[in-house]
Design a protein. Structure first.
Length: 137
C-alpha cells in the first residue's frame, strides 16, 4: 500500500511515517497542497492523508482539486487529519470531498482501521466504463 501524507509540519509527518512503517506501508510526503497535487498526478496511491491548515494551498482546496479530476484518481480515499476542533469541521471536510476526518494526535489503531475500511470500499467500486469505440464505418 502506498500512501500520500500532505502536512506542513515535519513532526506530524514523522509521527505518521513511523506509525505506517510498522505495518510496511510506503509513505510519500508533501509539505503543502500544491506539491501534494503534483504527487497525485505523478504517482498511484491507495489513500491520501490531508492536513487542513497549510501555507499556500490549504487541504480543502487540494481535496477539491483532486475530486475535480477527470480520471480514477478523483475517487481516491482521502482522510483529513487535523488539529482544528471547530464545531463544523467534520461536516465541512466531508462536504468538501473528504471520506473521513480524524483529530490530531491520531491514534495508530484508528488510522489503520479508517484506512483499511476506505481502501476496501474503494476496491469494491465499479470501474468507470470504457469509452465506446467508434463503429466501423
Amino acid at each position: 500500500m502506498r500512501v500520500l501524507f500532505v502536512d506542513d509540519d515535519a513532526m506530524n509527518r514523522r509521527v505518521v511515517r513511523d506509525m505506517l512503517r510498522v505495518v510496511g506501508v510506503e509513505l510519500d510526503e508533501a509539505p503543502e497542497g500544491e506539491t501534494g497535487l503534483k504527487m497525485v498526478e505523478a504517482n498511484d496511491y491507495s489513500v491520501i492523508l490531508m492536513d487542513l491548515r497549510m501555507p499556500g494551498m490549504d487541504g480543502l482546496t487540494a481535496i477539491r482539486h483532486i475530486r475535480e479530476r477527470a480520471d480514477a484518481k478523483a475517487k481516491l480515499p482521502i482522510i483529513v487529519i487535523t488539529a482544528d476542533t471547530s464545531l463544523d469541521i467534520r461536516e465541512d471536510c466531508l462536504a468538501g470531498g473528504a471520506d473521513e476526518v480524524m483529530m490530531k494526535p491520531v491514534a495508530m489503531k484508528m488510522l489503520f482501521k479508517a484506512m483499511g475500511k476506505l481502501v476496501a470500499q474503494h476496491a469494491r467500486q465499479p470501474a468507470a466504463p470504457a469509452e465506446a469505440a467508434p463503429a466501423p464505418g
